[in-house]
Design a protein around this ligand. Structure first.
Ligand SMILES: Nc1ncnc2c1ncn2[C@@H]1O[C@H](COP(=O)(O)OP(=O)(O)OP(=O)(O)O)[C@@H](O)[C@H]1O
Ligand SMILES: [Mg+2]
Length: 56
């Protein structure tokens, strides 16, 4: 199982223009198989996956 637990991503942290683009988001994936993330353009699909790699 691959677990992403309470993932958060900010830009411009602690500045006036801070933006919280991923807000405590959790998902679990099986170890095998193919997964597709579906969502509108700009809905943070890429950043959600990148956050997982940054924190491994
Ligand atoms: N430098 C930045 N400053 C502020 N917000 C940013 C910055 N870079 C990205 N974002 C935010 O992240 C969003 C893009 O996230 P992401 O690339 O994960 O989306 P996506 O779902 O993969 O989109 P697409 O389907 O178009 O590939 C932007 O719409 C914006 O809200
Ligand atoms: Mg994308």
């Amino acid at each position: 199982m691959i677990t992403l637990e309470k993932v958060n991503k900010y830009f411009n942290r602690r500045k006036r223009n801070e933006i919280h683009i991923i807000n405590n988001t959790s998902l679990q994936f099986e170890d095998t198989g193919l997964v597709a993330l579906l969502g509108a353009s700009g809905s943070r699909k890429n950043y959600f996956v990148k956050c997982h790699w940054w924190t491994r």
